[in-house]
Design a protein around this ligand. Structure first.
Ligand SMILES: [Zn+2]
Length: 493
């Protein structure tokens, strides 16, 4: 969460609105914006890290610069939106999501930016903090500014970093308080600039800094550094999670035989529920894979020259994301088919993430090639599988199905009465004030512009309830951007 502060000193507190990053149970993250007047009624309800059910919002195309996430849409939370806090912790939603760029790729990405001062996206990076220079004051056109400088390294590349303003002070305090070395630093949403042939990293209002975050990616980074001879490995594990009962989405339940008859092209990407018994689990296959970090990309990444590359997105990652993927034989009274269970389905059945299961097995000295008992236990279970029909099912009439989610069959049967809730069209709310623009601050100068196309896409069709969490625990607060020569922004308190 971070505020957008008005550049003009109009006498008010200058708050234009609040920005959130929402993360759901499929590791998909979206930028959301709340206007200052709506924020007043929501400020007490939303904290970083809380789980909320947000209903009746509208979405628009994410435009502007320094977008904090790669999602193509932006959620607008208005007066008509309800935000309900969910008290229990839901293990389905991770606490953090980053879209790390490999430090070796920074220069290429930075030089490809068409607008150097306002790149389209901000960037997430991870590395070891080196060459720390303590808090300093420098003179700028805006007066004295606090800064902290250091290098971020992965052992191969070491770009320079400057942290500005209050974030510099907070970083310095965190640095002094932190004991475990080396410092693994995660910088989410930073801005890159190139000077000559090197990259300079700067902080912006949306930047968050995490030092030695208790997270799997930090463990994985330590492991990588250790493997490459940088430092001894220190492993940290994520906190334990508890299972939660979540009602399934409302989709037509059909038999496997009926499923196999859905081969018309209109059924492509259609979803159905099938009540099945799991008859066999393919234990010879790997039960997890290294996955691309991008939202909505489930591609496997390949290790190329020490980096993990997604050939679909053409991006490299320093650390891959681990996701489940297991093959089973499932049957009902009509048919039996092979099915591939994707991450969300397995996570739902097992009650923990793939990263956590892998971490536990390393901890217990079990080898990763042994098939985990947690997964073997799926055999013989009666479950409802949510199946999405893909090109192979339609074009090749393939009878290998992809399972995107799984539920207890009893829960599904009892919730049938709610079947009207899912695709109901609800009259779009009209609120011209909220509709006029979404976000117009220094980080996204273009968002106020709107076209007639955008007007029409905004008409509020009710979106399926989003179980969302504002990602991340507060580590370090930030308010101001680096000074720019032509930038007339006053430094905010
Ligand atoms: Zn990808």
């Amino acid at each position: 969460m971070w505020p957008s502060i008005s550049n003009a000193s109009t006498g008010s507190d200058g708050l234009k609105g609040y920005n959130l990053i929402l993360l759901d149970d499929d590791d998909c993250h979206v930028h959301a914006f709340i206007y200052a007047d709506s924020w007043k009624s929501l400020a007490d309800k939303i904290d970083e890290g809380c789980v909320c059910v947000i209903t009746n919002f509208y979405t628009k195309k994410a435009t502007g610069s320094l977008k904090p996430v790669s999602s193509p849409i932006l959620i607008n939370i208005s007066h008509s939106t309800t935000v309900e806090k969910v008290e229990e912790d839901d293990f389905m939603i991770p606490r953090h999501k980053f879209e790390f760029v490999d430090l070796g790729d920074l220069f290429g990405i930075a030089t490809a930016n068409t607008n150097i001062e306002y790149p389209e996206f901000s960037t997430d990076v991870i590395g070891v903090l080196e060459d720390y220079e303590g808090l300093a004051k420098i003179k700028t056109v805006h007066g004295d500014r606090n800064i902290v400088r250091f290098r971020l390294t992965d052992g191969r590349h070491s770009p320079r970093v400057t942290v500005w303003g209050p974030l510099a002070v907070a970083t310095d305090t965190a640095y002094k308080a932190c004991a475990a070395r080396p410092f693994i630093i995660i910088m989410a949403s930073v801005k890159m600039k190139t000077f000559l042939d090197y990259v300079q990293i700067n902080t912006v209002p949306s930047t968050k800094i995490y030092l030695n975050l208790d997270n799997e990616v930090v463990s994985a980074m330590r492991q990588r550094l250790d493997e490459e001879g940088y430092v001894p490995s220190e492993r940290t594990l994520s906190s334990t999670s508890s299972a939660a009962v979540i009602p399934p989405p409302i989709i037509e339940t059909i038999t496997l035989k009926q499923l196999s008859e859905k081969t018309k092209s209109e059924f492509l990407k259609s979803m159905f529920l099938c009540k099945v018994k799991v008859k066999n689990i393919e234990e010879s296959e790997n039960w997890w894979y290294d996955c691309c970090h991008r939202s909505n990309c489930n591609e496997e990444v390949s290790k190329v020259e020490g980096k993990f590359r997604c050939f679909k997105c053409h991006r490299n990652y320093p650390i891959p994301q681990k996701r489940y993927r297991i093959a089973v034989l499932a049957e009902d009274e009509t048919e039996a088919f092979s099915m591939v269970l994707l991450d969300r389905a397995v996570k739902r059945i097992v009650g923990k993430t793939a990263t956590k299961l892998i971490a536990e097995r390393i901890d217990n000295q079990a080898t990763l090639t042994d098939y985990p008992d947690e997964l073997k236990a799926i055999n013989g279970k009666d479950l409802s599988f949510k199946i999405e029909l893909n090109e192979n099912n339609i074009l090749l009439k393939s009878a290998v199905y992809t399972v995107t989610n799984a539920f207890d069959s009893e829960i599904t049967a009892s919730s049938k009465s709610e079947a009207t809730n899912s695709d109901v069209e609800v009259t779009g709310f009209i609120n011209n004030k909220d509709g006029d623009d979404v976000q117009n601050d220094g980080t996204t100068p273009d968002t106020a512009k709107k076209s007639s196309e955008e007007q029409s896409t905004r008409s509020g069709k009710r979106v399926e309830v989003l179980e969302a969490v504002a990602a991340a625990a507060v580590v370090v607060e930030v308010e101001v951007d680096e000074p720019l020569a032509f930038d007339m922004v006053e430094e905010e308190h």
